[in-house]
Design a protein around this ligand. Structure first.
Ligand code: AHG
Ligand code: MN
Ligand code: MN
Length: 330
């Protein structure tokens, strides 16, 4: 059931953001305008995902992305959609995507009217698309740093500088979960009216839950601490859930509790997930919901990125469960 405002009105994502703006007397509305480009793009991506088989856009292309991964047709469609919707919005100085090697500068001058940077993973878990599994879009918004030279370097900021973050999960429903630094809000797309409606305000993650989410097939190549944690969890009544799409796995972890892990492996010694457009936005959501997010012994959002496509290991979720993992790592 959707939530109502005190006057019995529906709360769409736009209503919510315009209300939030009122808390900042000098607000220009630019961030709201950028987030509305994301909701527009993700509604379009949601529709394409639902019709993917019928439109013959399942499967992979012959191309690889900058990280040497095979691109799915829908990776490219989702990326182009987000670039088109965001590219035309005033307020954005730079956009960066998993699917583009370099950040895209939207204007060369250091225009004060463009105070934000948007980063995104256009389609997360895209290999799930062929089997009708959950996939998603992840986004992170940073304040533009005009002092950075060359300008692309402005993107390289730690996650604690994010001004907004979120994801859209294309599952049985299309769900938007986002934060502007004032708690986590959840919206469900009502396809009959084309609007994201608020279903939960100030979402909180359960403090503990005996559930872990990890690709356990790689256990032999995890560092010893993770192996010890898993052996301990097996003896202590834990259950395991893994969808293979970070958006789906983190969403379940936020709602039900537990811990999501992607440790370093022999083939990905720094971890597989990308710091700037996977780990950081999810870490901001999890922390805003009362959880914890670490990369090894360090808080993920305090890591200084060296490159827009940097990879990190990830341990995030219920605070007590993350503590138990960290105890085994130390
Ligand atoms: P993407 O589809 O954007 O490349 O991301 C895939 C990621 C993430 O969604 C998921 O948690 C992880 O890859 C799964 O990796 P494994 O198949 O190695 O478990
Ligand atoms: Mn991804
Ligand atoms: Mn992706």
């Amino acid at each position: 059931m959707y939530l109502e405002d005190p006057n019995g009105g529906l709360v769409s994502v736009q209503t919510y953001l315009l209300d939030e703006e009122k808390r900042f007397p000098g607000a220009t509305g630019r961030l709201t305008w950028i987030l509305s480009a994301i909701t527009l793009a993700t509604k379009y991506i949601s529709a394409r995902c639902r019709r993917a088989r019928l439109e013959d856009i399942l499967g992979s292309l012959d191309s690889e992305n900058v990280q040497g991964e095979v691109q799915q047709k829908l990776d490219v469609i989702a990326n182009e959609t987000l670039l088109r919707c965001l590219g035309s919005r005033a307020g954005l100085a730079i956009v960066a995507s998993e699917e583009n090697e370099e950040p895209i500068i939207l204007r060369t001058s250091n225009d004060p009217e463009r105070p934000y940077i948007a980063l995104f993973d256009p389609l997360d878990g895209s290999s799930n698309i062929d089997v009708c599994g959950g996939v998603g879009t992840i986004f992170s918004i940073l304040a533009h740093d005009r002092r950075a030279k060359p300008m692309e370097k402005a993107v390289l900021q730690p996650g604690i500088r994010q001004v907004a973050a979120g994801y859209v999960l294309y599952g049985p429903s299309t769900i938007l979960v986002m934060t502007t630094g004032n708690g986590v809000q959840m919206f469900v797309l009502d396809p009959s009216i084309g609007s994201f409606l608020m279903v939960e305000k100030d979402l909180k993650i359960p403090k503990a839950c005996k559930s872990y989410s990890i690709n356990e097939a790689y256990v032999d190549s995890f560092p010893e601490g993770y192996q010890n944690y898993l052996a301990w969890a097996h003896k202590n009544g834990y259950s395991s859930r893994y969808a293979g799409a970070m958006v789906a796995d983190v969403h379940r972890t936020l709602i039900r509790g537990g811990v999501f892990l992607y440790p370093p492996t022999q083939s990905a010694p720094k971890g597989k997930l990308r710091l700037m457009y996977e780990a950081n936005p999810m870490a901001m959501l999890v922390e805003q919901a009362g959880g914890k997010a670490y990369s090894g012994s360090e808080r993920t959002m305090e890591l200084q990125p060296g490159d827009v496509h940097d990879r990190v290991s990830v341990v995030m979720g219920s605070p007590d469960e993350v503590d138990l993992v960290l105890k085994h790592l130390s």
